[in-house]
Design a protein around this ligand. Sequence first.
Ligand SMILES: Cc1ncc(COP(=O)(O)O)c(C=O)c1O
Length: 320
Amino acid sequence: MSEVRVWLNGRIVDSEGARLHHLTHSFHYGLGAFEGVRAYEVGAGCGAVFRLREHMTRLMNSCHLVTLDKGLQWSGDQLGAACVEALRANHLASGYLRPVVYLAHGAMGVGAAGNPVHAMIAAWKWGAYLGEDGLQHGIRACISSFQRPGHATTLTKGKVTGQYVNSILAKREALMNGYDEAILLNEQGYITEASGENLFMVQDGLLVTPPLGMNILGGITRATIIEVASDLGFTVVERPFARDELYCADEVFLTGTAAEVTPVREVDGRKIGSGTRGAITAELQAVYFDIVYGRNPKYERWLTRYELAASQGAGVVAVG
Ligand SMILES: Cc1ncc(COP(=O)(O)O)c(C=O)c1O
């Protein structure tokens, strides 16, 4: 791999220049807001970032939720343009972007109200998050012994770094027990989402997914699938359901920027439907990939196209 370049506080630096101070507040206590964004190669030397505007809006909202917006010097549009700059700087027509807004060093007390707020954007190549085989044939999931934290405990709509300790524990437990992914319940025993993906099930041709009012992340892929499936004529129902309905679903799939649309073929040792990728999941997956790869003009508005050849910082990037 050629040298990694990172967007840090308005400048493209090499990995040496992107080193963090050992007393970086967010490193110690986990107060950071972040995003996961994907770009897809849509032509020779040409990429497209998927739903960049929505990702930047959620980043700004996450910052607002945890009060990092107070010291943040960049707007969502500026960080969106910086995402494209980071892709170009790394010669990536496709890749994964990780913007993080965090509290830099200064005071070491927990409050640290006056510490500077920094922003960093990394970009790298990342294949199928749950594996190519998972995309084709489905993954094996388990219900986690860890709960998704509730509204009284945390800010469930924020993509906040420290909150991911819970997801990591759930995911590691699943991996240690031989599963690919963990599905978390809420305090009442309803299904919420997986460690890094939202969840849908198919019941008699209907798509069912937990409602946004529950303690789930407002997934951008989730919103995409709801809109696209509705456009295709599917009925999408947002309602709570427990594990018994999940075990008996015709199909189950997960959605996320990293995991894209990944079928679930088994939950807790129970085969889901035919035990492989279901027909509706396959249809939605195919449409999703057509959209992100720029093959569906109807949803062109969700793509921020860019050319690699443009010199660094040149060209106006219209955030789509
Ligand atoms: C906990 C959690 N739920 C759901 C998602 C899916 O969200 P999106 O589709 O916006 O990537 C993610 C990934 O960001 C996540 O971390």
